[in-house]
Design a protein around this ligand. Sequence first.
Ligand SMILES: [Zn+2]
Length: 323
Amino acid sequence: MFVEMSVVSSHGGIGWEFTKCLWAPKYKLVKDDERKWPYWELLLKVKAGDTILHLRGQNNPIFVGYSIAATDGYLTEIKPSNPGIWGYAKKFIRVDLENYTELPEPLRLSDLFDRRKDELIKHYIKNSNSGKEKKLLFYTLTGGKKLGRQNGAYLSELDDDLFSIINVDAIRNKKTESDNNKELQQNIITGSVFSSIERRRGQEIFSRNVKLNFRSMCCYPDCDIDDQSFLVGAHVSRWADDVDARGDVKNGLCLCVFHDKCFEKGYFAIDDDLNVIIEDDNKFGKTIIKKLLPANGIRIKPSIENPDPKYLMKHRQRIGKHS
Ligand SMILES: [Zn+2]
């Protein structure tokens, strides 16, 4: 995970703006000298699928949302349409982003510093002393006790330890009027600010485990797709329908995107003996049924842990196949 710290949303111009991509010049120019800047170089470490948390604003920045990296970090000679003071650079580093999600409760950096002061100080000191493992952080510590934003930290690293520190309960300041018209500030805990990120990370781990369980191949009998970018770790009983079964690898099938869609839409189901069931139903597209039919009655590919029949039954019930 990473934190992007940006001041203006339009930086870069059309196609390069906030939530479209991360970008930075490849180097700083100091008296005609090209100097690398670690908070820019870090863009090259981003991998497709990584979560990027956005910290926005100049004076009192706010964590406003997060995006997912659509590409690994890459070098490009294409200039941003409006590079501003970075127009000198001949090369840029860029990461394309997708799926921007606003946080339900945006979090002010100053509130975070207030609420998690001790933990953040401890983390900072520990990180400073961690030698080669040292991470680039979005904040600094001055005089051993004052937390502040790290200037120039365009992109910084957010490991699990730091994420768990900043994953605080939201504070909403609710103004209520008492009898004598004095304003009271009430802190209301509204749950984790970053619960949607936690959920996403949970899904990532589940998906990875499910793929490993099926040795990273589509488990549909006659499908040989093993390209990672075409595989999903699909839930048998749906994520939204079955809270307890969310992380259970026995509630997962490794499918290619085509068979995932077919399974989700109910074109086929799987019986308790793990055989594919297809009912040629009028409501389904003929060409797709024709493509699926050769595997009717054939067992899905073996896995280390077999899918649990109770989830397979829930899927059959959901799509209306009770057999
Ligand atoms: Zn497949």
